[in-house]
Design a protein around this ligand. Structure first.
Ligand SMILES: CC(C)(COP(=O)(O)OP(=O)(O)OC[C@H]1O[C@@H](n2cnc3c(N)ncnc32)[C@H](O)[C@@H]1OP(=O)(O)O)[C@@H](O)C(=O)NCCC(=O)NCCS
Length: 175
């Protein structure tokens, strides 16, 4: 089986990324391509794809401050970012169970560490809360999220550098 490659996401990846988002998430969470493109533009150093022949997975993340951005709408750069906001991560159904999501997450985490961020946040929808807890996130209680997120919770991970040596050893960016 070909090796899984993790590399920086490019604008040319967006059509395949959007197609995978449509496979991986319910319709309420399919986003307009301009909303995805703005996240790649704002977080170009924090967005990655996994490839194995074709697109196997993706992650969008970007520097941010304050409440999570409204879903489905384009974002603008944040002047004084406080944390890295992980917007979305998905792995193709045929590539699951081989740590693709962990490697995509570690790529974001490594870049967050390199840029001096100690905190990551995300919004967990559906049953994803358990998955994110496995990657060190805790629910932030009593947070009111924008209605565009539906039934969801804000999650946060501090001390993102805690496993820095393990992340560095796994060399998530093999490009
Ligand atoms: C959730 C998802 C990204 C996992 O991808 P994956 O590549 O199969 O995950 P990995 O093989 O890297 O597993 C990483 C860890 O997460 C765990 N895990 C995987 N899917 C899980 C789930 N749905 N719930 C809880 N834990 C899960 C694995 O057991 C593994 O734990 P371990 O390292 O302790 O053994 C994938 O199932 C997916 O794309 N789902 C649809 C989109 C989605 O829900 N995205 C996340 C929220 S935005």
């Amino acid at each position: 089986m070909p090796e899984l490659l993790i590399r920086a996401m490019q604008p040319a990846d967006l059509p395949a990324v959007f197609a995978l988002q449509c496979r991986a998430h319910p319709a309420d969470y399919h986003e307009p391509v301009d909303a995805l493109a703005s996240r790649l533009e704002v977080g170009s150093e924090y967005c990655f794809v996994a490839e194995r022949d074709a697109l196997a997975g993706y992650v969008f993340a970007h520097p941010w401050a304050g409440k999570p951005p409204v879903l489905h709408a384009p974002i603008k750069p944040c002047a004084s970012p406080h944390h890295v906001f992980l917007h979305d991560l998905a792995v193709c159904p045929t590539c699951r169970g081989v740590s693709a999501s962990r490697r995509l997450f570690d790529a974001v985490r490594l870049h967050a560490i390199q840029h001096g961020f100690d905190t990551m946040q995300l919004v967990a929808v559906g049953s994803a809360q358990t998955f994110w807890q496995g990657l060190g996130f805790d629910v932030v209680p009593d947070q009111r999220l924008h209605a565009s997120y539906g039934d969801a919770v804000l999650m946060q991970r501090t001390r993102v550098a805690q496993d820095a040596s393990r992340a560095a050893q796994s060399n998530p960016c093999n490009v």
